[in-house]
Structure formats: C-alpha cells, structure tokens
Design a protein around this ligand. Structure first.
Ligand code: IPD
Ligand code: CA
Ligand code: CA
Length: 266
C-alpha cells in the first residue's frame, strides 16, 4: 500500500505522539495507587502529545490551519486545508489505566475530510485512510461489516459524561437501540469507536455531543471502508452538529430510524 507524502506526515506525527503517550501510560498505572491520583500528570501527557502532533504537522505544512482540542485554533494562510487533532481521545480510559485511547489526526480540504489517522499505542493499531485510497489497519485493507439486520449487530455508543449532554435523551435512544440489537458497547474513545466500525468490529455507532476532533479522522475511515456516516438527523453536518451515526448502508439507515424514535409518552 503506497501512502501519499501527506498521509506519511500524519502517520509519523501520530506514532511520535503515541510513543509519548505510551511512556506516560506506564507512569499512570503507577500513579493509580498514589493519594493524589494521576489527573495532573494526564493533563500534562495530553498537552505534550498535542505539541508533538502540532510541531510535526506544522513543520511539514506550515500554511495549513490547525484545530486541536488543547489549544486555540490557528487559521493558517492556506485557507483550504485544516488539521483537526485530538492528541488523546479516551482520556478517562487513559486516566484509569484502561488501554483504549488514541491519537486522532484528520485533514480537511475545502470543508471535506480527505485523510485520517487514528493510532492506539497501547495495542499498536494504526488506522489510516485517504480519499479514494481505501482504509487500512496496520497496512491491511479494512471494510465495514456486512450484516444486514440490526438483530445480528453489535452497536457502539457514547454515554454523556457527568454534567454534559442530555442524559434523559440518551437513555431513550439506548432503550430503543438495545431492544433491537444483539449487543451495545461503550468503549470510551469515539475516534477508536469509529475506526472499529471501519474495521467491521462494530456494526454501527452513534453518539451526540461530540467535538470535531473526536470524529474528523473517523469519518474518512468509515467512508473509505465502504461505510455510511451522517449526523443524527441523516445530514452531513457531523462536525458542526457534534452528532454521528455510522454503519454499512443498511445498518446506518436502520440505526438512525431506531435511535431517533420519539420519546414514549408513558
Ligand atoms: C471523549 C471520548 C468519549 C466520548 C466523549 C469525548 P476525550 O473524548 O471520545 O468516548 O464519549 O464525548 O469527549 O475527552 O477522551 O478526548
Ligand atoms: Ca476526544
Ligand atoms: Ca482529547
């Protein structure tokens, strides 16, 4: 599989930041037993990872815009291109010593995602995709799962955190979805959840209340893996709306229909 120069830059940045996270993850596991806990240390690990990604990407393409979770947006003189980066997706997992977290880097061109890299250094899994070039896991081609009915499907979701999102609305969505599917999973790193849909591990996924960096790279991965992805209303406003639903063509459609069923009156 030949990667473009741009994708190579993204992969190098993700691996470099991932190595830094992996070193810090080892320390987090030691800090679990300390009285203070690892919170401050994790914030530093997060900032360090973003700086690594930022510096690598901006060294290679100094004119591009940069939107990362941990800093102010940089507009860039280019106008057409923007990096969208989550240096550590799955912070709560990382903080608790759970090896389900990732560096996520997306590249947007004229408002469309054209390349994505998601790297979990704890499992050494590198997901990559470029527009028109297919999606890959560690250089092996991946496709979305082919299941045709929800009752055979394992569906991922995101549960709104304490003090965030609409918990009541989520419980209604969950109630509807869990009544129709083989299983529901909440892994805790949206970027990886989307990568898992691309790899056919999850048959579908939905979440609301997300930020652009949680999903930018995942969107192109799913499309390049032959999947369908939309916002929660079926439109194309995922980054602005913060909602996402994904799967193969049939499952995506069924999931949207079921998760959007109205709130029962009693
Ligand atoms: C979070 C994770 C989580 C999702 C949250 C995100 P973070 O990102 O992706 O799975 O449910 O909405 O904020 O804070 O770990 O980068
Ligand atoms: Ca995130
Ligand atoms: Ca993050």
């Amino acid at each position: 599989m030949a990667r473009s120069a741009l994708l190579n830059v993204m992969v190098q940045a993700a691996i470099k930041a991932g190595k830094s996270l992996a070193r810090d993850f080892g320390e987090v596991q030691n800090l679990q037993v300390s009285v203070k806990g690892p919170s401050d240390f994790v914030s530093q690990a997060d900032l360090k990872a973003e700086k690594i990604v930022h510096d690598e990407l901006m060294k290679a393409r100094p004119t591009y815009g940069f939107l990362g979770e941990e800093g102010d947006e940089e507009k860039g003189t280019d106008g057409a291109h923007r990096w969208i980066v989550d240096p550590l997706d799955g912070t709560t997992n990382f903080l608790h010593g759970i090896p389900q977290f990732a560096v996520s880097i997306g590249l947007e061109r004229h408002g469309e995602m054209v390349a994505g890299v998601i790297f979990n250094p704890a499992t050494d899994e590198l997901f990559t995709a470029e527009k028109g070039g297919g999606a890959f896991l560690n250089d092996r081609r991946i496709r979305v799962a082919a299941r045709r009915v929800l009752s055979d499907c394992v569906i991922g979701c995101g549960v709104p955190h304490l003090g965030r999102g609409n918990h009541g609305k989520f419980l209604v969505e969950l109630r509807h979805v869990m009544g129709e599917v083989a299983g529901v999973r909440r892994f805790g790193a949206a970027a990886l959840d989307l990568a898992y849909v691309a790899a056919g591990r999850l048959d579908g996924f939905w979440e609301t209340g997300l930020s652009p960096w949680d999903m930018a790279a995942g969107l192109i991965l799913i499309r390049e893996a032959g999947g369908f992805v939309s916002d929660f209303k079926g439109g194309n406003d995922m980054l602005a709306d913060g909602s996402v639903a994904a799967g193969n063509e049939l499952i995506h459609k069924q999931l949207l229909e079921v998760a959007n069923r109205p709130i029962p009156t009693r």
